[in-house]
Design a protein around this ligand. Sequence first.
Ligand code: GLA
Length: 400
Amino acid sequence: MPQTNRAPSEELRPAADELAAEFERTFGRMPEAAWSAPGRVNLIGEYTDLNESFVLPIAIPRTTRAIVAARSDRALVMRSTQGYGEGPDLVTVQLGEADLPRGWAAYPAAVALALEVNGYPVPGAELLIDSDVPVGAGLSSSAALECAVAAALCSLAGARVAPMDLAVLARRAENDFVGVPCGIMDQAASMCCQDAHALMLDTRSHEVEQVPFDLAAAGLGLMVVDTRVKHELGASAYSRRWQACQLAARTLGVRALRDVGPSEVESSLRALAGVWDGEVLKRARHVFTEQARVLHVVEVLRSGDPAAMGPDLLAGHASLRDDFEVSCAELDAVVDAACAAGAIGARMTGAGFGGSAIVLAEEARLGAIGSVVRAAFDDRGFAPPHCFPVTASAGAHRMF
Ligand code: GLA
């Protein structure tokens, strides 16, 4: 039987009482609250959030937990049990200070700043972070961290904040303080997804629809293939893509590319071709076609036929590879090998330049497809990818 690496289930993770005990070992007293927030994969709708359009992510059963207790002073004292890399064991920042620590601790510090700047009182706190969301895999480990911390700090302060509002605050932390110009998708997915559903999110109005996504009932499964590569280009290329989309929108006289309806796509592309070189044109074409794919996938999911999304996944990948130019050899190899091995669909997910792809297939075939992908990586001299099945999981929730 071919092996796929198993995603850790709730049972395999430290339970709430073990996390409380770890907190007590670290800080010498019991915590007051713990929140869990998941990573995500996006089914379709890539780079559409930068264009105020629709996205369709699911939360995955990989989470970050933030365990907290209030302090009487203005210090935020933090420790991560694993997974966030280098740095001293305990990191202390003074609330209100704009200088962020380096490494993983920048994110909780940025969240505390974003909460304060937006009028939410943040108490000094001790904060333990535990996570099994792979870092740098394009599965939104930073959004999971931001959302878990935002929710935990709010519960310490007794502030009741709606999940989408917390997602907006977590995004602000990343945009305004960490300095990453991301859209709202990852934080919204982490806060608002539901078990067995995909989140249809209008990134302009923040309206959501929970779209049934129960693959097992259709005999299907979804596998994440983490290529384990991160090409350095990522951050600046992301901003450049956004700028190209904004140029295209300005040229067309619309607020965002989302405002170009299906009947206006051809004439808009002609108008752009008259002004800009191929780069702006191709970026806009990706957004137009991707927007249509999201709407089509939502339609097939609503009709209870998830296998019918396969061609949209493949077309989405081709568009990200050829028009948006954010794929890479490893991601293309996943898609090609998975399709050759009988997948129904596959595509890169998230920002690209490495990170992860998703593979949709009959559940019984996923293991064999994982083996074919690994063999293809081996043939091409790529380091072994990490394959694991995922199901649409719950968004952020309080553990105690
Ligand atoms: C990253 C960003 C998201 C989104 C995707 C691309 O994950 O954080 O906001 O733009 O890239 O779809």
